[in-house]
Design a protein around this ligand. Structure first.
Ligand code: GRF
Length: 201
């Protein structure tokens, strides 16, 4: 059984979607470990409820490499094949990215390359786009910049606030992320430059 490590910083609803997909046998692997850089992250409790080993790693007051090394050790100890970032609010060092080259995924609530970084829903509303959405991509050293695995559009409504738009996009994230993780875990994708070619089941 392939093993997934999930890195979080907060609520953990995408973590929950991955845990639930694994429980239904729809992930193509199991969640082996969850690591949070925030001690109070609600996602840690979700992991414990699902009997998944959950660790807090403090990033404060230490070099990035040091923190990344500790996380890498945890992932190695749990024989992790694929790393899923799920609301993880830190950039990873090149050493980390090299260690899991092509095997780190992130979910982002916009149609990348539009609106990377923080508060993408606010950015989308401020720009006035009529369509936003969710993206799952491979992680490289940039900010939300790696090759795109899956995307799905979500219409922006006139009455939308940041919260209502975020909630509609989140529903899509919860469907998209487990599907993307499964594609990678089952080896059903190939990266050619920026393009990820998929064999969907
Ligand atoms: C999600 O919208 C995700 O796309 C973004 O941060 C949010 C995390 O939510 N990177 P959750 O912690 O998974 O509930």
């Amino acid at each position: 059984m392939k093993k997934v490590g999930v890195l979080i910083s907060g609520r953990g609803s995408n973590l929950q979607a991955l845990v639930d997909a694994a429980a239904r046998g729809e992930l193509g692997g199991e969640i082996a470990v969850v690591v949070s850089n925030v001690e109070s992250a609600a996602g840690l409790e979700r992991a414990r409820k699902a009997a998944v080993p959950a660790h807090f790693c403090d990033h404060r007051g230490r070099p990035r490499e040091d923190f990344d090394q500790e996380v890498l050790q945890l992932l190695a100890a749990h024989h992790v094949d694929l790393v899923c970032l799920a609301g993880f609010m830190r950039l990873l060092s090149s050493r980390f990215i090299r260690a899991y080259a092509g095997r780190i995924l992130n979910v982002h609530p916009s149609l990348l390359p539009a609106f990377p970084g923080r508060e993408p829903q606010r950015q989308a509303l401020a720009y006035g786009v009529k369509v936003s959405g969710a993206t799952v991509h491979l992680v490289d050293e940039g900010l939300d910049s790696g090759p795109i695995l899956l995307q799905e559009a979500v219409p922006v409504r006139g009455a939308d606030t940041e919260e209502t738009l975020a909630a509609r996009i989140l529903e899509v994230e919860h469907r998209l992320y487990p599907r993307a993780a499964r594609i990678v875990l089952e080896g059903r994708c190939r990266v050619e430059g920026r393009r990820v070619l998929l064999e969907e089941a």
